[in-house]
Design a protein around this ligand. Structure first.
Ligand SMILES: NC(=O)c1ccc[n+]([C@@H]2O[C@H](COP(=O)([O-])OP(=O)(O)OC[C@H]3O[C@@H](n4cnc5c(N)ncnc54)[C@H](O)[C@@H]3O)[C@@H](O)[C@H]2O)c1
Length: 251
């Protein structure tokens, strides 16, 4: 176990599932005060019950008023926000011709608009407090593209640039902004938006064909890196896109 986060207030979005839930568990296990946000309220409650927190925010990050009121509620209750982890995300597996305006808006609204709204709302308080940490979820597909997921690739490229721009704007405010860019991770998203769910055999075939280490990541392997980036051990890191991809982008 790394550094503890005792006394730190952390907001994790996308906390009902996958890597967001893994991050919430990681920070909770290191004594942070954990606040959880997700669109899927029933599953969010399950995670909140497991972690013993009642700081939960059910809603849609693409709604700027919801993002602002969430941050305000955290400030009202705890007086500060130290760490923001933006893990909420969605995918549409189609090329441009298969992407409707609604598909495009759903992916952009969640993956980049919502991230911007939450960063902006949290940054105001972090500047006043004299510091803070933000970790955004990018993707290997934010740097290299993948065929058949146009909106998703564009949204994750934007996440990487948002991360770098905010890092520069707030470097002198003692606020560090970094992103993780995971490879293929075993979460519900990996199976989402496909005509048929891939079998274990097909997933292993995908790993054998595309991942140098020839296996998928477990969500906890990404959460450990997020916690590192949030910790004082990463005190000289800002504006980084940290690939956690078993060598996928090393080629
Ligand atoms: N799974 C992968 O292989 C992979 C790879 C690279 C990056 N990512 C990114 O990692 C992050 C976490 O993904 P995951 O794989 O854990 O997915 P997941 O589907 O398990 O979890 C995503 C969570 O985000 C929530 N969410 C979706 N839209 C929302 C909205 N508008 N407002 C609030 N919450 C919303 C969902 O309800 C869900 O609980 C995402 O940003 C994703 O794009 C995933």
């Amino acid at each position: 176990m790394g550094e503890t986060f005792a006394g730190s207030v952390v907001l994790v979005t996308g906390a009902a599932s996958g890597m967001g839930a893994a991050c919430a568990r990681e920070f909770a296990s290191r004594a942070a005060t954990v606040c959880l946000l997700d669109l899927d309220e029933p599953r969010l409650r399950t995670v909140a019950n497991e972690l013993g927190t009642n700081s939960i925010f059910g809603g849609d990050v693409s709604d700027s008023a919801f993002c602002a009121s969430t941050i305000d509620a955290i400030i009202d209750r705890f007086g500060k926000i130290d760490i923001l982890v933006n893990a909420a995300g969605t995918i549409h597996r189609a090329d441009a011709l298969g992407t409707s305006n609604d598909d495009w808006r759903r992916v952009m609204g969640t993956n980049i608009d919502g991230m911007f709204y939450l960063c902006r709302a949290a940054l105001g308080h972090m500047v006043d407090a004299g510091g803070g940490v933000i970790i955004n979820f990018g993707s290997i597909w934010g740097g290299v593209a993948s065929a058949g997921s146009t909106a998703y690739c564009v949204s994750k490229g934007a996440v990487h640039q948002l991360t770098k721009a905010l890092a520069l704007d707030h470097a002198e405010d003692n606020i560090r902004v970094n992103a993780v860019a995971p490879g293929e991770v075993r979460t519900p998203m990996l199976l989402a938006e496909r005509e048929t769910a891939p079998t274990e055999y097909e997933l292993q075939a995908l790993a054998d064909a595309t991942i140098p280490m020839k296996r998928l990541a477990e969500p906890e392997e990404i959460a450990k890196v997020v916690a590192f980036l949030a910790s004082a051990d990463a005190s000289y890191m800002t504006g980084e896109i940290v690939h956690v991809d078993a060598g996928y982008t090393a080629r």
